[in-house]
Design a protein around this ligand. Structure first.
Ligand code: PGA
Length: 271
């Protein structure tokens, strides 16, 4: 499968932003700035805080976009105060979640092990995990980027491989695992800093990620899996990023809070 066959995915990560009253006005402005037909060619997704998911879901459904959670727990239920399960997400119609965002790893003790468990639980419940990986500045400076990324990604892909067929009500896997998981490369030093990776740096790691996918889950998965870039992606750099052969979309933080900016990025993904 060539890069052009993988449908582009632009995912906004609102983080802990967007009050309820801001949601409808955001989508009104966003839709108005979107070129006609973009959502037929580009998957557009918004990862909202739990309490905003109902409203985000209603607003996105009505317009042909999708809503996602930013996290979930790997257990089905139990004594996990403050957590939300995959089934609770599907109860309200959420079918995608971020998993292992670097802010979860950094501030909330998310580990490779919990990310792997969440990935399997998500897929088992027909929730698509957007699995985030990426190195810190120190790791990049010390030449450990590939090692860190392959370790983080390896934990997830090997867990999937060792788990064997994941049954879910839609029979996604082993049918087509590449439709059931999205990978996001987010260099930690580029997140929220205004300092995006260069096109060369981003493509180099994306190509490497596809190689790791190939090694662990095989070439069919590797050629089909979508790999998003995240880290200070914006309207000025998105077209260049998306022109790279192994970059299939963006996970966008700051710029996804500005309706016109994010719409411009989605428009760029269509051309
Ligand atoms: P940013 O965030 O676009 O603001 O750098 C990206 C992310 O954390 O997903």
């Amino acid at each position: 499968m060539t890069a052009s066959k993988r449908k582009k995915l632009l995912a906004g990560n609102w983080k802990m932003n967007m009050r309820l009253a801001e949601i409808e006005p955001f989508f009104t402005a966003f839709s108005a700035a979107l070129r006609p037909g973009v959502s037929n060619h580009v998957d557009i997704l918004f990862a909202a805080p739990f309490t905003q998911l109902h409203a985000t879901l209603a607003a996105t459904r009505a317009r042909g976009f999708a809503a996602a959670a930013q996290n979930m727990h790997f257990e089905a239920s139990g004594a996990f105060t403050g957590e939300v399960s995959a089934m609770m997400l599907t109860d309200i119609g959420i079918r995608t979640t971020l998993v292992g965002h670097s802010e979860r790893r950094q501030y909330f003790a998310e580990t490779d092990d919990s990310v792997a468990k969440k990935t399997i639980t998500a897929i088992s419940n027909a929730v698509t995990p957007v699995v985030c990986v990426g190195e810190t500045l120190e790791e990049r400076k010390s030449g450990a980027t590939f090692q860190v990324v392959s370790h983080q990604l390896g934990a997830v892909l090997n867990a999937l491989k060792n788990h064997g067929p994941v049954q879910n009500r839609e029979g996604f896997y082993p049918g087509d695992l590449s439709d059931s998981i999205v990978i996001a490369y987010e260099p930690v030093w580029a997140i929220g800093t205004g300092l995006s990776a260069t096109l060369e740096q981003a493509q180099e790691v994306h190509g490497f990620i596809r190689k790791v996918c190939d090694e662990i889950l095989g070439s069919e998965f590797a050629v089909r899996a979508r790999i998003l870039y995240g880290g200070s992606a914006n309207p000025a750099n998105i077209a260049g990023l998306l022109s790279q052969p192994d970059i299939d979309g963006g996970l966008v933080g700051g710029a996804s809070l500005k309706a016109a900016d994010f719409a411009a990025m989605c428009n760029a993904a269509m051309s």
